[in-house]
Write a new protein. Structure first.
Ligand SMILES: [Zn+2]
Length: 258
């Protein structure tokens, strides 16, 4: 364990960073040493430097140049490799925090001896793994148009894709069809997988699809969708940032239709 190793430390869902002028950097283990409890979780290496994850054990910050930043706000501000590792760190710290007791018998848990990310019950041996929740995200195409929707709970005004969690017993394709039907009242035909993106808010794995419109008239689920419509490449509403899989799906669909 190197005292120079960078540490991702979280207060709830906010990351502890040190401000140096305009720039932000991760604290090193030696800078946090007297605050941290236990060895933390070894995350992986970037450029031969090992990164660690720790819960921050206090209510207060160690010094005035320490700041807390939400992961969402850091998207596009931290290098993408580092942001991805921050998401992994947050999910693991949060999983450990919420799995201190066994869900089967209620006794305390401890980390798996092998070092794998698992919590084992001291009483009955029940093992819990980090929670990952798959969700589909779909762009629907119709001729040269794509369907975009503005979420009722989103404050940023972006129009994006249709998304929702996979339910127990559902295939990804079932989930795409159900979410599209529920949220905008349409049916989709052939679809294909586009790619995926971990989305640590708090533990989604977004699985992207491009699906063809097959029928139906727009009918919005009002508590979910504030506004939706068909758009062409020369007539686009405000879109989410390029780092999001939503935007990557939209750009890919439009490029294919061009
Ligand atoms: Zn147990």
């Amino acid at each position: 364990m190197n005292p120079q190793d960078p540490v991702f430390s979280f207060v709830r869902n906010e990351l502890l960073l040190i401000a140096e002028g305009e720039a932000l950097r991760l604290p090193r283990r030696e800078e946090l040493a007297r605050h941290l409890v236990g060895p933390g979780l070894a995350l992986g290496e970037i450029a031969e430097r090992r990164y660690w994850a720790h819960a921050w054990p206090h209510a207060v910050l160690p010094a005035p140049d320490y700041q807390l930043h939400g992961l969402r706000a850091l998207l596009g501000r931290l290098p993408s490799e580092l942001w991805a590792l921050a998401g992994r760190a947050y999910q693991l710290v949060e999983w450990e925090r919420t799995h201190r007791f066994c869900g089967a018998c209620g006794k305390t848990t401890r980390r798996h001896e092998s070092g794998e990310f698992a919590m084992v019950c001291s009483g009955c041996g029940h093992t819990a793994y980090p929670r990952i929740s798959p969700a589909t995200i779909t762009v629907i195409t119709r001729g040269r148009e794509i369907l975009l929707a503005r979420n009722a709970r989103s404050a940023n005004g972006f129009f994006a894709c249709i998304a929702g969690f996979v339910e127990a017993g559902e295939s990804l394709e079932d989930c795409v069809r159900r979410e599209v039907r529920e949220e905008v009242g349409l049916e989709v035909g052939p679809m294909r997988y586009f790619g995926s993106q971990p989305w640590p808010f708090p533990h989604q794995l977004m699985l992207g699809f491009i699906a063809e419109y097959a029928g139906g008239e727009l009918k919005l689920q009002e508590d979910e969708i504030a506004e939706a419509g068909w758009f062409t490449a020369d007539n686009l509403p405000p879109l989410p940032p390029k780092v999001s899989i939503a935007r990557q799906l939209i750009d890919a669909a439009l490029a294919e239709l061009a």
